[in-house]
Design a protein around this ligand. Structure first.
Ligand code: SF4
Ligand code: SF4
Length: 136
């Protein structure tokens, strides 16, 4: 059975430059489509992929990724902002690797562009009033 899933891969700095994703194609017959790629200030690489192939190959590919030290997160989770809790402090702006938060200099309000969010979860701990929430 063929599957196609959207996942977030998080690469620790020691894995940067290694041909990990191309091995998914060569050794596990998987296809991928990169939806987003970024690097956090701690040099962790974040890749949002659509990964497709036969279920068996997909499972083997995921096992391979986990073994190499890549952390995998399903994109079925969504990160949302609880507007009532947000104090517009701006702490989330620097931690977000995809630039999903923007400060309006005129109003001093922080806008959340949820279309840029890759659900990495970094803003959740960084937000003092816990306005950023994971929804499954
Ligand atoms: S860190 Fe939290 S409270 Fe501060 S601007 Fe961002 S979402 Fe709002
Ligand atoms: S989860 Fe938070 S830090 Fe991560 S991309 Fe979305 S808004 Fe940015």
């Amino acid at each position: 059975m063929a599957v196609s899933k959207r996942i977030v891969l998080r690469f620790p700095p020691r894995l940067s430059g290694q041909p990990i994703v191309s091995r998914l194609v060569k050794e596990f017959n998987l296809d991928f489509n990169i939806l987003k790629a970024s690097i956090t200030p701690e040099e962790e690489g974040i890749l949002v992929l659509e990964l497709s192939g036969e279920q068996n190959d997909y499972d083997k590919g995921i096992r391979y990724l986990t073994k190499t030290g890549v952390r995998i997160q399903s994109l079925s989770q969504d990160v949302l902002r609880n507007e009532e809790r947000c104090t517009h402090c701006g702490a989330c702006i620097t931690v977000c690797p995809t630039g999903a938060f923007e400060l309006d200099p005129a109003t001093r309000k922080v806008t959340f562009h949820d279309d840029k969010c890759v659900a990495c979860g970094l803003c959740i701990k960084a937000c003092p009033p816990r306005a950023m929430e994971v929804h499954f």
